[in-house]
Design a protein around this ligand. Structure first.
Ligand code: ATP
Ligand code: MG
Length: 570
């Protein structure tokens, strides 16, 4: 399914903020935040939330905080904090001096909880987790009061302090907000706000053995930080009344408003940290930054630029309903960007040896090649030519159909930036019949790719000089999953992993200048696609390139076929 920004208004968040400003609200300025949990690496879905929060703040000359939402000691780690910081910076956003941690508010949150107890609005419950679930009821069935619901304020204070002091085992007690067990919204049926966890926290160590729940922490942290607009994904819509209840019942420094937007879903991949962790731990991929991963670090290593990811987030727009975005959109964006700026180079991925019989053995020459045929300001480079060259295996066909405009016996083609050559003989493997080498002749009068007699050739192919080319490895990537919606297909999402998502070609040859590419540099290999010098595995004696995308733009084709929809942002 192809789905771009559809329903009007194109950006309802901007409209809300404009209204707020018109009504004289938010006099202190617009303040947003991005609140990741440090329990995994960021993915492209997070990029949408980052671009939104930091983008809105920048647009309205406001502020955006980075706050680590770190209330689950078992799953959180400093290495994730570091990777998240690095990824946000790489995307081009800056939290300045506003780096916060929910764990910095543990004392304050504890005081808020005590405050609720003192008002008779929270109680220590001693039911088991299973009992609490049973007592909660269901959508069509009201909940039941816990037998501990009416403990006295004194008893609650005493128990809560003992929970904090470590006097109980995990699961012995929890602190719950006292709201309404008959509420239609299940989130309002006396939600748990503190639980005992005997786990060391990566920042607070062993100081705490009780930890606040996400719902309690998130809205109060926003209020403490004077966040004006708490932007979050749609699944928290039903939690909003609870957040409002906490803010209404506690003396907080400010009153944030929450607005929800649809999460990004991307086809042919999964965007859930839990699933991404599984892929890494099961070694289905080579780590979080595997170029097939939808993580920011994976996309970076694949060769995506921060601009392309920001551009993608802008193009998909903001909606209130769940949509699946075609992977082609992401590929289209980077192809668009690199089409204009990536230097052109020649590389042969599956080499076939070509000997030019009438070219002198010892001779070699340098030929001028444009770095970008449409952009003369990118200049030219010189590439060496000699008697033996490599061409792409599939640029040759022995029994070629008429429309095959590449090399075949008796036919003439242009070597890009070089000469016309004609194939005279095919040397084959006797057993398999596979072409091992071509014997060709060249026309010295066609230097630079033009024939003085005006004769034309239909095909132009790329090549490298065997004597000068540098051996390289090239990794070709395809989609990580073989179905569009692996998460929706059924529970067994891992069975849809595409077995052909990576092809490693180890016997490639690239033009000599590419040996000096800096890791991370991006090029168009003529006729093959856009490639990036791998940051991790690059060796000066054996360059490694990742294919970012092919040259074929499926998205552009589909889009052109569809009549333009009004409101479509492209
Ligand atoms: P995951 O399901 O991948 O674990 P999460 O929501 O639990 O995601 P957080 O670290 O809590 O991960 O996310 C931080 C912020 O990023 C949240 O405000 C969340 O709304 C937003 N976010 C997460 N995933 C997406 C997504 N796919 N699209 C848009 N925003 C997202
Ligand atoms: Mg979360």
């Amino acid at each position: 399914m192809i789905e771009m920004q559809n329903s009007a208004p194109p950006n309802f968040i901007r409209k809300i903020i404009d209204d707020d400003l018109d009504q004289g609200r938010c006099r202190e300025g617009i303040h947003t935040r991005f609140p990741p949990e440090p329990n995994g690496y960021l993915h492209i879905g997070h990029a949408k939330a980052i671009c939104l929060n930091f983008g809105i703040a920048a647009e309205y000359e406001g502020k955006c905080n980075l706050r680590f939402d770190d209330t689950n000691p078992e799953k959180e780690e400093m290495k994730y904090v570091e990777s998240i910081r690095e990824d946000i910076r790489w995307l081009g956003f800056d939290w300045e001096d506003r780096l916060f941690y929910a764990s910095d508010y543990f004392d304050r949150l504890f005081q808020y909880a005590v405050d609720l107890i003192n008002q008779g609005k929270a109680y220590v419950d001693s039911l088991s987790a299973e009992q609490i679930r049973q007592y909660r009821g269901a959508l069509t069935e009201p909940g039941k009061d816990s037998p501990y619901r009416n403990r006295s304020i004194e008893a609650n204070l005493d128990l809560f302090h003992k929970m904090k002091a470590g006097e109980f085992d995990e699961g012995a007690h929890v602190l719950r907000a006292k709201i309404d067990m008959g509420a239609a919204n299940l989130n309002m049926r006396d939600p748990v706000i503190y639980r005992i966890r005997r786990a060391a926290h990566y920042r607070t160590g062993a100081k705490w053995c009780i930890y606040p729940m996400y719902d309690f922490t998130q809205c109060l942290s926003d209020a403490v930080e004077h966040v004006t607009h708490s932007l979050c994904s749609l699944e928290f819509e039903d939690h909003r009344p609870l957040y409002d209840w906490f803010i209404d019942n506690l003396d907080t420094p400010s009153r944030p408003r929450q607005y929800e937007f649809a999460r990004l879903n991307l086809e042919y991949t999964v965007l859930s940290k839990r699933k991404l962790i599984e892929l890494v731990e099961d070694k289905r991929v080579d780590g979080w930054d595997d170029p097939r991963m939808p993580t920011i670090s994976g996309l970076r290593r694949r060769g995506f630029t921060p601009e392309s990811i920001r551009d993608f987030c802008e193009r998909i727009g903001l909606t209130k309903s769940d949509t699946y975005i075609d992977m082609g959109v992401l590929e289209h964006v980077i192809r668009d960007e690199l089409g204009a700026v990536a230097p052109r180079r020649m590389a042969v991925l599956r080499p076939l040896k070509v000997v030019i019989d009438n070219y002198p053995d010892a001779e070699e020459e340098l030929l001028d090649a444009a770095n970008h045929p449409q952009d003369p300001t990118m200049g030219t480079r010189q590439i060496p030519f000699s008697k033996v060259i490599y061409i792409e295996k599939d640029d040759f066909m022995e029994d070629a159909p008429k429309k095959f405009f590449r090399l075949s016996p008796g036919r003439e083609v242009r070597l890009r930036y070089a000469y016309f050559i004609t194939c005279n003989e095919v040397i084959k493997d006797e057993k398999t019949g596979e072409a091992l080498e071509l014997r060709c002749s060249y026309d010295p009068a066609t230097r630079g790719g033009k024939a003085p007699d005006g004769r034309k050739v239909k095909g132009t192919i790329h090549w490298v000089s065997a004597r000068h080319a540098v051996p390289a490895a090239v990794r070709l990537y395809d989609r990580l999953f073989s179905v569009a919606n692996p998460e929706r297909a059924d529970a067994d999402w891992k069975s849809y992993i595409n077995p052909d998502s990576m092809e490693i070609l180890t016997r490639c040859f690239v033009e000599p200048g590419l040996a000096k590419a800096s890791p991370g540099a991006r090029f168009q290999f003529e006729r093959l696609g856009y490639f990036c010098a791998d940051e991790k595995d690059w060796r000066p004696d054996k360059p490694v390139f990742n294919r970012i995308v092919t040259l074929r733009d499926t998205w552009e084709k589909i889009r052109k076929k569809q009549p333009a929809k009004s409101g479509e942002q492209t």
